[in-house]
Design a protein around this ligand. Structure first.
Ligand SMILES: Nc1ncnc2c1ncn2[C@@H]1O[C@H](COP(=O)(O)OP(=O)(O)O)[C@@H](O)[C@H]1O
Ligand SMILES: [Mg+2]
Length: 287
């Protein structure tokens, strides 16, 4: 790309989290002149892009996908692209894409009707996991220990208006000791990995649910290699790749990939400045 005089980066947001503030500072420090575009306040035309590169950060997955798509049509280079955000944001699309690339993922069955979901949930060895294809912060990710809970999960999901929430991804429960691993990839390089440990009253390791983050000592290289391949499969400029390591097993499984990741806790636990690393790689895109 030609070096231009302006080098303006559009920072696309809906709700401004600490991550977006950190990104704003890191972009500014490199003189990339970030311009905030709040999609909750400004309508998007499909014919214009108010900068050259757009960093897509809405919390709402669909707002992120649609903002990226509209700005791409307007001529922006979006980081991440609408494709990456859509495919990473939807667990069915990402798990199947990762599988097609030969990467190890948590084995899953997709059920699109309550009867189909019940058939799988009731016949599978318990505990079993049920989650919708779209969601974050652990929301609606359910640990089903018996038939009664299975019926209740299906019944409650049926009452949700959003049609995607009535689709079920059903998975084996991977016993990791209530931990998972998160690796950060930026522009094909792995910044590092952390361990997330669920709080005492949770089985899900999400930071949003009180999960504690610790630096990961051993095995980072292998995990990083897997994370780089996962980000590549989703064509993500940057991504957080979440990995489950079954207790006692030597192999690992990719659980999900995040195309608009939060990184405050990762940054605090590792001292790795994700915002700066991302801003630097964005800067290089102007050369
Ligand atoms: N199949 C599984 N086996 C064991 N733990 C799981 C499984 N799926 C999810 N979890 C736990 O639940 C958390 C949230 O699930 P995840 O699929 O990542 O949804 P979200 O997108 O909401 O974070 C994970 O970080 C992990 O701790
Ligand atoms: Mg997750």
């Amino acid at each position: 790309m030609e070096m231009t005089g302006s080098r303006e980066v559009v920072l696309v947001v809906d709700v401004v989290r600490p991550e977006e503030k950190m990104l704003w500072h890191s972009l500014s420090a490199l003189n990339l002149k970030p311009k905030i575009l709040n999609v909750n306040q400004v309508p998007l035309k499909m014919t214009e892009c108010p900068g050259e590169i757009a960093l897509i950060r809405p919390v709402s997955m669909f707002k992120a996908v649609y903002a990226a798509a509209a700005l791409e049509a307007g001529g922006c280079r979006c980081i991440n692209s609408s494709f990456s955000i859509l495919y990473a944001g939807d667990k069915i699309l990402s798990l199947t894409t990762l599988m097609r690339h030969g990467l190890p993922v948590v084995e899953s069955v997709i059920a699109m009707h309550p009867q189909a979901a019940l058939q799988v949930l009731l016949s599978q060895k318990k505990p079993v996991i049920d989650k919708p294809p779209i969601g974050s912060w652990g929301r609606m990710v359910s640990l089903v220990k018996d038939s009664e809970t299975a019926k209740m999960v299906v019944e409650h999901r049926e009452a949700i208006p959003a049609s995607q929430a009535r689709i079920h991804i059903i998975q084996e429960y991977i016993d990791t000791g209530r931990e998972d691993i998160r690796c950060f990839v930026v522009a094909g390089e792995c910044l590092g990995c952390v361990k997330r440990i669920a709080s005492d009253i949770e089985w899900r390791a999400n930071v949003a649910l009180g999960g504690r983050v610790e630096p990961l000592g051993e095995g980072v290289e292998e995990l990083c290699e897997l994370a780089i391949r996962a980000a590549g499969a989703l064509k993500a400029f940057y991504a957080a790749v979440d990995i489950l390591k079954p207790k006692g097993a030597s192999t690992v499984l990719i659980n999900e990939i995040n195309g608009v990741p939060e990184f405050k806790a990762f940054q605090k636990a590792t001292g790795i400045d994700v915002a700066r690393a991302l801003a630097e790689k964005v800067f290089e895109e102007f050369r």
